[in-house]
Design a protein around this ligand. Sequence first.
Ligand code: PY5
Length: 307
Amino acid sequence: MSACSKARYIWMDGELIECERAYVHILTHALHYGTAVFEGIRGYWSEDERNLYIFRLRDHMVRMINSARIVGLRLSYGIEDLVNAVIRTVKVNEFQENIYIRPIAFAGEGSISLDTSKVPTRVSIAAFPFGHYLKPKGVRVKVVSWRRVPNYSMPVIAKASGIYLNSVIALSEALSSGYDEAILLDWRGYVSEGSGENIFVVKRGVIYTPPTYASILEGITRDSVIKISRELGYEVVERDIAREELYTADEIFMSGTAAEITPVVEVDGRVIGIGSPGPITEKIMEYYKKIVYNRVPRYREWITPVY
Ligand code: PY5
């Protein structure tokens, strides 16, 4: 599929331009040094309401602004500009199906010095139809040999492009060993997260997830899962999880914008639970789906209708 077969316009530096023209120069700083911050956001099309609902748009754009601040990229757009630009981009493409939105702020061209103050920060927002990222019925994962970049070496709380080389090599190790996804341990040896997802472990009815200091990206889906699980009456505990605890878990699932809520059915060749999505995972998945399609009034503040 060519990049522009299903999206006509892309927002670049304040203007909507035809997808075919959305290119950058080969000397773009971010291409050489990973000097960019980005977001992944989903929009859900409701056939009944004939509307497209963007999930937690404002929270994603706030995180992008914070990521830029952390890595030192100057942004000339504020929160309202970015939120409106996303809505405008989605609207002009007239999508009537589920989509993925990819805003990115990156160091542009003009200097190959590592000093980003010598180049302008550019911003782009692309959106395109998108289905499942991981197998919705459950994935087989491998605890890979690469560790998650420690948060004393990189600001891993920022969703910054350069950090993703860590995820790319981790995923590649899992895939080449025949698994669907990677789990990375942190520098201490505790469970951190997947290559592009946070992780949750269910044991005797309690839901556990690694804390921020386990070098995780603080996922917005993770935050949604914690809130809705508590509302459903489950106890959710943020604490360190040892690798071997994964093997004896009753249920495991991953959370992320692209992955949504994906059950984990196998870790390092050990079957988890009965080898199919567990009951608590399924309950949370079902409720999450209702919420993103704007069918739960108390979570309306998480939803931005496009049309
Ligand atoms: N951890 C990492 C390393 C991630 O890349 C992501 C999101 C998450 C956790 C979950 O964060 P959130 O719930 O806020 O999405 N990954 C991106 C996504 O759009 C990119 C995946 C390729 O899901």
